[in-house]
Design a protein around this ligand. Structure first.
Ligand SMILES: Cc1cc2nc3c(=O)[nH]c(=O)nc-3n(C[C@H](O)[C@H](O)[C@H](O)COP(=O)(O)OP(=O)(O)OC[C@H]3O[C@@H](n4cnc5c(N)ncnc54)[C@H](O)[C@@H]3O)c2cc1C
Length: 262
């Protein structure tokens, strides 16, 4: 996730009176006779709360499926190829969280469609289209996973963050724009606060990642997903004219900030 997403959500939580502390770790937790919980942090401060909820990520729920009977290790994520065929087998497919590719409902459904097509094609002896974006592979898992964090403000993103793109060796340039400065935002809410970021692969001239943060930005995400999946050239995106006065004019502002290719 782009760092500014966390910063804007943190700002909003603080405005609501939430005490957000980052960069500290709990060293001790005690519950008193009234049921209140005191958490001691490693900076020496304490926090008193009604309860403590610890969020520690997710692990594979594959312990009790009998994986050992087919030579796999119970409790492990199931490693699959892009057709969702579990590595080391020629008959077992895994879609959804169990394969640890993109732990989201819509990506699991997408993987299931690719796997279903692949299973049918293999059964019928039909040719398999396993090239990127082919009918029998879930290529979007690698390049264009849309996701929304339903906070207020919402965080909606697709594709690569700037940091991730650089990590993958892409020659990218990123631009940001305040969503509140778009005409449509003033119709959405008074004093609208939000930001957008577009990451462009300079070598191919296509958008590889987009992040929106703001009220109701989830509904704008699919246009970004289409731009990333379709590898729409940035100079063609100038011709995708956003209606005035909608929030989608953010595309125009991002393109203006990026600059028109010569
Ligand atoms: C708090 C939270 C919020 C989330 N919010 C979102 C969101 O807003 N949008 C989004 O896209 N995703 C969200 N996700 C992720 C989403 O829930 C998962 O990616 C999705 O449910 C994965 O689907 P799945 O079918 O792979 O697994 P699951 O939905 O976990 O389904 C697996 C099923 O298999 C059953 N099962 C397990 N073992 C056995 C067994 N031995 N025998 C028979 N049945 C068994 C389980 O009971 C379960 O019903 C969220 C997840 C969490 C935890």
């Amino acid at each position: 996730m782009e760092p500014f997403a966390g910063e804007l959500v943190t700002d909003a939580l603080r405005e609501l009176g939430v005490d957000v502390r980052t960069g500290v770790n709990p060293t001790r937790v005690d519950r008193d006779e009234h049921g209140l919980v005191t958490t001691t942090l490693d900076d020496g401060t304490t926090v008193v709360t009604s309860e403590v909820l610890a969020a520690t990520g997710r692990s594979a729920h594959t312990k009790d499926l009998g994986l050992e009977t087919v030579g796999l290790t119970p409790g492990d994520w199931l490693q699959v190829d892009d057709t969702m065929l579990v590595q080391g087998t020629d008959w077992l497919y895994a879609v959804g969280d169990a394969n640890h590719r993109a732990l989201l409902t819509h990506q699991g459904k997408y993987q299931a469609r690719a796997a279903g097509e692949a299973i049918a094609a293999r059964h019928q002896g039909s040719p398999l289209h396993t090239e990127p974006w082919g009918a029998h592979v879930a290529t979007a898992d690698h390049a264009a996973v849309p996701q929304v964090t339903f906070t207020d403000p919402e965080v909606a993103s697709v594709g690569l963050t700037e940091a991730k793109a650089r990590e993958q060796g892409l020659n990218v340039r990123a631009v940001e724009y305040e969503l509140g400065n778009v005409a449509g935002a003033s119709l959405q809410a008074d004093g609208y606060t939000g930001r957008a970021k577009m990451v462009v692969d300079e070598d191919r001239g296509v958008v590889v990642g987009v992040t929106f943060v703001g009220q109701d930005v989830a509904e704008m995400l699919h246009a970004a997903t289409i731009a990333v999946v379709g590898e729409v050239p940035v100079d063609r995106l100038w011709h995708a004219v956003p209606a005035y006065p909608t929030m989608n004019e953010i595309w125009l502002r991002l393109l203006e900030t990026y600059g028109r290719p010569e």
